[in-house]
Design a binder for this molecule. Structure first.
Ligand code: CU
Length: 143
């Protein structure tokens, strides 16, 4: 009898655990967008992604209502087909390294503007984050 209850409790625990791991999400920090020069229709966005899930998560694409097209770019401006984040891993899109490239930006950005970025994960989940436009010229940061 006791053994049977132990089994039931064990299964409940397993269910609970898998429920928690499935409800996990990617933590997004420091989402920002480099203020583009006047008349430019491209802009680079940066952020830190932290995978707090117990399993791998794959970022397939990013979109934005502000841009005709958004691409993941590596430091050489080449398209990254996806970003694989292993369990517990974090990744930083940052100046002079991999970044999120907005192309065909149709609206005028100023410092402090919030630009929504929509992250599309391979498992079908979608996450929206507001990237804040920053004038990075004073900080001496390049692309
Ligand atoms: Cu780029």
């Amino acid at each position: 009898m006791v053994v049977r209850w132990m089994k039931v409790l064990g299964m409940l625990g397993l269910l609970l655990w898998s429920g928690i791991s499935q409800a996990c999400d990617i933590e997004i920090k420091d989402a920002r967008l480099r203020l583009p020069p006047p008349m430019a229709d491209t802009a680079a966005a940066y952020m830190v992604l932290q995978n707090g899930c117990a399993h791998e998560r794959v970022l397939r694409s990013v979109s934005s209502p502000w841009a005709k097209m958004v691409m993941l770019h590596d430091a050489a401006m080449h398209k990254m087909p996806k970003l694989v984040l292993k369990a517990g891993q974090s990744f930083a899109f940052q100046p002079r390294e991999a970044h999120i490239m907005l192309m065909g930006v149709g609206r005028v950005m100023t410092a402090g503007t919030h630009v929504p970025l929509v992250l599309h994960w391979q498992d079908g989940r979608v996450q929206t984050v507001d990237a804040v436009v920053q004038d990075m010229r004073q900080m001496g940061q390049g692309e």
